[in-house]
Write a protein that binds this ligand. Structure first.
Ligand SMILES: [Zn+2]
Length: 219
């Protein structure tokens, strides 16, 4: 028996989803040498502090500066970019109920004003070309620190949420590390965990806390 099947395709791969992805977020398709680094902090009085999510903090006091957190470790910036790696900022978004300023430092050098907000503003920005370690060290010969600081410029405590995404990229270097150092939001104890770990039990105070595992993909 012979069955006729209608020819519906063009003979070419369907890239429609790729095109849609590239439109919404340039650079989201990571290569084997890249992984995501997410940085966040939430200032809120909606829960009791300290809280099991390390980057969920109490409201930011008036005229006070705070550092953003590495969500994979629960440790506040400065974040160390190892020798041989680049860190490329790709996305930032935040909301705030107070006037505030966001500053980006590489190796304690102020390199960018990431934002200046009036109260009750929401920001979202998805960069194509942006700040990276190559501006300081084109050959990635030494480690560098990246620090994101948020300052409440108002006379009242600040509630809000701040989130930055970056790509950590190996530049002719060994594979990504398989362990990370996490920080306890209750007692400050730091300990080594596999990069794929999200639920941590503090080995000092025995309390549980939660971090993300964005870096497990290439580990
Ligand atoms: Zn602890």
């Amino acid at each position: 028996m012979t069955t006729s099947v209608a020819n519906k395709g063009t003979g070419r791969p369907d890239f429609s989803l790729e095109v849609a992805g590239a439109k919404s977020r340039a650079g989201v398709h990571l290569t084997a040498t890249q992984q995501l680094c997410d940085f966040a902090v939430v200032f809120t009085d909606a829960v009791a502090h300290p809280y099991l999510i390390p980057w969920v903090q109490d409201r930011l006091a008036a005229t006070t500066m705070a550092h953003i957190y590495d969500v994979d470790t629960g440790v506040a910036t400065p974040f160390t970019v190892p020798a041989g790696y680049n860190l490329i900022m790709i996305m930032k978004d935040w909301n705030t109920d107070q006037r505030c300023e966001l500053l980006l430092y590489f190796d304690t050098l102020l390199v960018a004003g990431e934002g200046m907000s009036e109260a009750w503003e929401n920001w979202y920005w998805n960069g194509v070309t942006t700040y990276d370690i190559a501006m300081l060290d084109p050959d990635f010969t030494t480690a560098h620190t990246v620090d994101l600081q948020i300052t409440n410029l108002a006379a009242n405590p600040l509630s809000g949420a701040f989130h930055f995404s970056a790509i950590l990229e190996a530049m002719n270097t060994p594979p990504f590390p398989v362990v990370k150092t996490t920080g306890c939001p209750y007692c400050g104890h730091t300990q080594e965990e596999p990069v794929s770990t999200a639920n941590v039990i503090c080995r000092k105070c025995s309390k549980p806390y939660v971090v993300m595992a964005r870096r497990k993909k290439n580990a």
